[in-house]
Ligand binder design. Structure first.
Ligand SMILES: [Zn+2]
Length: 383
């Protein structure tokens, strides 16, 4: 029989659940594996970083799934076609699991996901090459649900400079600025991950709403070309934008990345395995997983505290209101901090942030409160 005390306890539990911070990841690369390995979100396997059971375990409310086509060795028309195909694949996959997932396109949808205990999947296009220098294609991608565009990936986009492609333009040319203004008009967020430093500053100067850098870290801690310098972090703060701190171990720890050359032989095996088991998806996943484990055995993983160092640094330079999460899960194998190998392990990150002295309010901002603010600002501007 229920007593008044039981009722009070259950009310407290319900309040605690709704008091859990919004968890909104700015960059998840699982669609790439849905393409290459035929992975399904409803099936949980040890080699998945992201699937429905793990998203539930980690408490994810919403996440941007990356629509990605390679930026090199394919024609721009082929890249547009790939973007359409992957968008379709994600939407069809969402429809398979209506109890758990839905396609989210607004900040209201993100809030609704949390309220209804579902997971809102948003679409983020990773690379300007997928619009083939066409504002019409950009608008169509928006209409299909895309709510950010990463201005570039690693090249092949004539209107924008990339961090890892020195042959391209330095920053945004006139057309690139037009793309940014059109995105502002539509309510599509600008993402400068993979962009050159000059593109980052040009985007901030051109965009009339806050921008995102969905998956990178801090250059003053790890000297990786895509990481943001302290000056960039300060500019991002002035702009009102958010850095989604990425989990990629190579971006977090210079000493760890210096050991990547030791992985060369495994890299060659990886290429072989991909060729050999192209048609046998399950086998391919299993073989790749073994190679991921072999990499960990060889060079280890940085501790979760490394990731917290970057979050703490970004918060100290830009302010806590400008830091979020962009895990990049499922694009980097197990090159991830220890105890954060899949999205179900997110409570370990929350515990590490608490241990470092972050308040519950600040943890809420990092987990998703800041990310949703940028989306809301983009929507307000578009209205
Ligand atoms: Zn990326």
């Amino acid at each position: 029989m229920w007593t008044r005390r039981d009722f009070a306890i259950s009310l407290a539990a319900a309040q605690q659940a709704s008091a859990e911070p919004l968890y909104f990841d700015l960059h998840i690369d699982t669609p790439s594996r849905m393409v290459s390995e035929g992975l399904h979100l409803g099936e949980s396997q040890p080699y998945h970083c992201v699937d429905i059971p793990k998203m539930r375990q980690g408490g994810l409310n919403a996440g941007f799934f990356a629509v990605f086509a390679p930026a090199r060795n394919i024609t721009p028309v082929e890249a547009v076609k790939q973007a359409l195909k992957i968008t379709d694949l994600i939407v069809e996959e969402i429809k398979r699991y209506p109890k758990d997932l839905f396609l989210a396109t607004t900040s209201q949808d993100v809030l609704r996901a949390k309220k209804e205990n579902k997971i809102g999947i948003l679409l983020g296009v990773e690379g300007g090459h997928m619009i083939d220098s066409s504002l019409e294609v950009l608008r169509q991608l928006y209409r299909l649900g895309a709510r950010y565009l990463g201005l570039t990936h690693s090249g092949n986009t004539p209107w924008v400079g990339a961090a890892e492609y020195p042959d391209g333009p330095k920053g945004l040319n006139d057309f690139g600025k037009q793309v940014v203004r059109e995105m502002n008009r539509l309510g599509m967020m600008v993402d400068t991950s993979h962009a050159s430093d000059q593109t980052f500053y040009d985007a901030i100067e051109t965009s009339s709403t806050p921008i995102l850098n969905t998956h990178a870290a801090c250059r003053s801690i790890a000297n990786y070309p895509r990481n943001l310098t302290d000056d960039m972090l300060k500019s991002l703060a002035k702009n009102g934008g958010v850095l989604g701190v990425a989990y990629f171990s190579g971006m977090l720890d210079d000493a760890h990345r210096a050991r990547f050359p030791e992985l060369a032989a495994i890299g060659r095996q990886r290429a072989e395995v991909v060729k050999q088991f192209k048609e046998d998806h399950k086998r391919l996943s299993e073989e790749l997983w073994e190679l991921n484990l072999a990499e960990v055995k060889l060079i280890g993983q940085p501790p979760i505290s490394k990731l917290v160092d970057h979050i703490e640094h970004a918060a100290s330079v830009a302010g806590i209101d400008h830091v979020g999460l962009g895990s990049d899960y499922d694009s980097i194998g197990l090159k991830l901090p220890k105890d954060l190998e899949h999205i179900g392990k997110t409570p370990n990150l929350v515990a590490a942030l608490k241990g470092r002295g972050f308040s519950s309010i600040d943890i809420g901002k990092v987990m998703g409160g800041n990310a949703i603010r940028v989306l809301r600002k983009a929507e307000e501007k578009a209205r």
